[in-house]
Design a protein around this ligand. Structure first.
Ligand SMILES: CCCCCCCCCCCC(=O)SCCNC(=O)CCNC(=O)[C@H](O)C(C)(C)COP(=O)(O)OP(=O)(O)OC[C@H]1O[C@@H](n2cnc3c(N)ncnc32)[C@H](O)[C@@H]1OP(=O)(O)O
Length: 203
């Protein structure tokens, strides 16, 4: 019975778009979200919905279901400019160095923002082949950061992206990163298709 209820809950949760402010978001995070969301009014930017995934699966950066304890974020895409911007608030379950965010958690958001950028602005499905990060400043736990990613160039199946992470007020660069995403071949895509979320427009 528990499993049935659990899977029912999962089904219900799986359709909740989490890329919206909730009461765990600080005023700073909400304010940045609304600034970014205002860019969707003229159609230049679109907000990327954020779902858990369906059934038992969980998208890694959506899998801490206690609000505010993990990654609280929303990603916005500018297809024409091949860019993505993300506002992210890092919860207390993401600790690395005392009272600071684990470097792997920052890497997760960089991989996700660049991957979401590639997924939305380029043809085909891309996987991360290489991700290089320079950590310039520690990120305080509970703080809000802004991720800015863009596609720099494409060569055949290769897409080269870069990104940087700033403090909420934009005054401090916390990280910069480069990555290589490789588009899956038709054959690889056929194999991967069965694993894609049914509504595969989401992260
Ligand atoms: C649902 C909505 C979600 C939408 C939202 C998505 C959000 C989540 C995003 C998360 C993204 C991830 O974490 S993805 C998960 C982490 N990544 C992975 O698991 C990928 C594992 N690696 C692989 O599967 C493979 O190595 C591939 C697919 C990357 C490439 O293999 P392949 O297809 O055989 O191609 P291959 O010939 O090896 O490489 C193609 C070209 O790329 C070059 N290349 C390959 N790897 C590298 C490399 N590390 N550094 C330099 N160059 C490289 C090759 O030299 C070659 O250049 P040339 O000879 O053509 O010049």
């Amino acid at each position: 019975m528990a499993r049935q209820v659990n899977s029912q809950r999962n089904q219900e949760e799986a359709v909740i778009d989490l890329a919206w402010p909730n009461e765990a978001w600080s005023d700073v995070t909400k304010e940045i979200f609304h600034q970014l969301n205002a860019g969707t009014e003229n159609g230049d930017w679109t907000r990327h919905p954020g779902y858990l995934r369906t059934g038992e699966r969980r998208l890694y950066c959506r899998n801490i279901s206690e609000q505010g304890k993990g990654f609280e974020y929303a990603i916005f895409i500018n297809k024409r400019e091949q860019r993505a911007t993300c506002v992210c608030q890092f919860g207390p379950y993401l600790e690395g160095p005392p009272s600071h965010v684990h470097g792997g958690a920052v890497a997760t958001m960089l991989d996700t923002v660049m991957g979401t950028c590639a997924y939305n602005v380029l043809e085909g499905f891309h996987l991360t082949a290489n991700l290089n990060i320079n950590y310039k400043k520690p990120v305080r736990l509970g703080s809000t950061a802004i991720f800015l990613a863009k596609v720099d160039k494409q060569e055949n199946r290769k897409a080269y992206l870069s990104a940087y992470v700033t403090s909420a007020d934009g005054s401090t660069t916390l990280c910069d990163a480069t990555s290589l995403f490789v588009q899956l071949s038709q054959e690889q895509m056929e194999k991967a298709k069965k694993y894609l979320p049914q509504d595969s427009h989401n992260d």
